[in-house]
Design a protein around this ligand. Structure first.
Ligand code: BGC
Length: 453
């Protein structure tokens, strides 16, 4: 069956919506779960963060499995797990079962975080790969916004089971959609299934440049091993450093202290509950609007420049948040709101989408799934660390805490300037060959140095 390309990219990115919905919905739902299941503060923390633990597990297994068994089938399994998690959390009779199914949901979220960027980057043509891959982030932030809206709608009836259960709808849509989607042509070529790969590429590229692309993919992969053996090879190391570095910096620069805890921060500086709620929805809307801009910027400005601008922009907002709110009296509430909004603008235009786009681009085909999987595990582990420690650190240090995240912003700038290479406009195979070449140059330089000694 022939499917329109736009439909392929839409369903390819849809896993991101579930990622966003399931991580965003808990902020509202937890208020009523707390009452209805009589949670202790400790149990409350576990219910909220158990999804992150599951995500670490999902990210750890899905990348490797997708290198072995294909991208598509693994997205389908993730969709099925999303559905099970949604039903399980919505019907949970007690805290234990709720936590169990939050972990199950997390597994699906972790899978989606690794598989969606992988699938999109391998389907897209080089020239607009940035835009198509950042559809993933657009889905993530749309999912978060939908979750905020659903929370708002069901708040009057304290309907936390509805809030959690409604994730079943996109879960089922994703599951059905993936049945009709094609497998990644790059993965098929790695399996020597050339004629299937050719057919899919012919459709995706409307018959333009297909033979050249196949020849390039084959050339880049001619003598490769794969899996754990390959990822330990020296020439892959720079990609791993960049992958893990980007993934960790995206979190330690504090994005989820804003996304998950914006209402807490806003009420702490003296604004009321309704300002907090409005502020949260406002942040959700801003996040979506600016991400749309980022989709457009990605292939024009390039990934590296966006990351650098983002690091500085976010660091300035965080320093302002840390220093200014200390002096401001009543005005400090509005300063806080303005800083949070400006921070979100910078994050949504840069580090939010760029990190997931680049994770889909920097690893060679033989370890692409595994590499994204490892980086994604690092992302979720850093997320868990920051989100678990934020409330107690904020209670202890107040808004001065944001200065620490600001310093991380400065370090991330140095990291990007030193280690990240631009990927805009280059095919995945060119990026792979470049990695190999650079490693050759490095080892020749070392040999020359050694022989000079
Ligand atoms: C990050 C998430 C974050 C989301 C929100 C993603 O790129 O990985 O941790 O919650 O963006 O915008």
């Amino acid at each position: 069956m022939k499917i329109n390309n736009a439909v392929i990219y839409f369903f390819g990115a849809l896993g991101g919506l579930l990622f966003g919905y399931d991580t965003g919905v808990i902020s509202g739902a937890i208020l009523y779960i707390k009452k209805s299941l009589a949670l202790t503060p400790m149990a409350e923390g576990i219910v909220v963060s158990s999804i992150l633990v599951g995500a670490i597990i999902g990210a750890a297994v899905s990348g490797r499995l997708s290198d072995k068994y294909g991208r598509r089938i693994n997205v389908m399994i993730a969709a099925a797990i999303f559905c099970i998690g949604a039903i399980g959390t919505a019907l949970a009779p007690n805290t234990g079962i709720l936590i169990l199914f939050r972990i199950v949901l997390g597994v699906a979220v972790g899978c989606a975080s690794a598989l969606v960027p992988l699938y999109l980057s391998e389907m897209a043509p080089a020239k607009i790969r940035g835009a198509l891959s950042s559809l993933n982030q657009l889905m993530i932030v749309t999912g978060i916004l939908i979750a905020y809206i659903i929370n708002y709608i069901f708040a009057p009836i304290e309907g936390w089971r509805w809030m959690l259960g409604l994730a079943l709808v996109p879960g089922i849509i994703l599951l059905i959609g993936m049945i009709f989607l094609p497998e990644s042509p790059r993965w098929l070529l790695k399996q020597n299934r050339e004629s299937e790969a050719r057919k899919i590429l012919q459709q995706l590229r409307k018959d333009v440049g297909v033979e050249e692309e196949i020849a390039d993919i084959k050339k880049a992969n001619s003598q490769e091993t794969a899996g754990w053996k390959m990822i330990k090879e020296k020439w892959i190391r720079p990609a791993l450093v960049v992958g893990i570095g980007l993934a960790v910096f995206q979190q330690v620069i504090g994005c989820n202290t804003v996304i998950y805890y914006a209402p807490t921060t806003i009420t702490k500086v003296g604004l009321g509950d309704s300002a907090a709620l409005l502020g949260t929805i406002g942040i959700g809307v801003l996040n979506v609007l600016v991400t749309i801009l980022a989709v457009w910027l990605m292939d024009k400005v390039g990934r590296k420049k966006l990351l650098l601008v983002g690091s500085i922009g976010m660091a300035v907002c965080l320093f302002a948040l840390g220093f200014l709110s200390k002096f401001g009296g009543e005005a400090s509430g509005y300063i806080t709101l303005a800083c949070l909004a400006a921070y979100i603008v910078f994050f949504a235009a840069t580090w939010g989408p760029v990190v997931w786009v680049m994770l889909g681009e920097i690893f060679p085909l033989g370890v692409r799934g595994l590499g994204i999987g490892i980086s994604s595990v690092a992302n979720w582990a850093a997320n868990l660390l920051v989100s678990l420690t934020f409330p107690s650190l904020l209670a202890q240090f107040g808004n001065m805490l944001f200065i620490v995240y600001g310093i991380m912003g400065i370090i991330s700038f140095i990291f990007v300037s030193k280690f990240v290479t631009e990927t805009k406009g280059r095919s995945l195979e060119e990026i792979e060959m470049d990695l190999k070449k650079k490693s050759l140059v490095r080892s020749t330089k070392t040999e020359v140095k050694q022989s000079a000694i």
